[in-house]
Design a protein around this ligand. Sequence first.
Ligand code: ADP
Ligand code: MG
Length: 312
Amino acid sequence: KVKSLSDLPGIGQSILNKLIEAGYSTLEAVAVASPQDLSVAAGIPQTTAQRIIKEAREALDIRFKTALEVKKERMNTKKITTSSQALDGLLGGGIETRTMTEFFGEFGSGKTQLCHQLSVNVQLPPEKGGLNGKAVYIDTEGTFRWERIEAMAKAVGLDPDTAMNNIYYMRAINSDHQMAIVEDLQELITKEPAIKLVIVDSVTSHFRAEYPGRENLAVRQQKLNKHLHQLVRLAEMYDIATIITNQVMARPDMFYGDPTVAVGGHTLYHVPGIRIQIKKSRGNKRIARVVDAPHLPEGEVVFAITEEGIRD
Ligand code: ADP
Ligand code: MG
């Protein structure tokens, strides 16, 4: 199966290098290029460009599908419970595979607690809302706590050590490292098909710190965009759930963009997925709201963060 540019038949190292040098480093980039542009940029004959584009499209399954095919694909998505019935209800059953889910909200809203809970819950059997799966936890802020995994695992009836053993943890030290970890994930997922959940908590903090201000906005967006699309693609290709978190100030319209620019409420680009806004409420209560999900009803629910984890 074709999973990256280098797997395409007839792409040798020299063409591959030319493509990458010209900025066509992913299957997606090639699939949506015009033969002429690709030919010029990579210095390859137009017929070769045409063939490579066609193969990239086939590899990504970019073609007309019938609505029935779309339905069947979507019916295959599976759900992971959040341990809150209210939140599951809002999400139509839980966090979906084949989808990227974003938790966004201010500091202390519970994004990291949700990530911990889901990396435990993915391990549950299907009748308890899990996928008998394993999780990958990419931590950019150093806020992962095994103690929370232990407590949450006990509370849902899993052996804590087994649960911890089923979570692959990596601390990402900067944005390049973070991107590289995701780029290399295919390898781990191929070796360990039980992985059904990939978390990046938080997806934005390194990028914000390393590319501050307006003057760095373009390059930051470009890198983040690539990173996010890789996560979406992992989800679709391996039928896994990806979760990203994004710390934002109280302004709901300020995503990924530069807070000093986004005042008009422009989202700078759109990455497919489900976005869940979390707001603090009284005490341990939190309010969750789904934003821009075409297939989910609008509405808010309340959940709680307890010692045992996420609950109603
Ligand atoms: P975010 O990632 O959105 O900044 P967190 O997920 O770290 O926020 O949530 C932090 C909150 O989770 C704390 O304010 C606290 O209310 C709650 N919390 C963390 N640990 C526990 C615990 N052991 N028992 C109960 N609540 C906890
Ligand atoms: Mg956090």
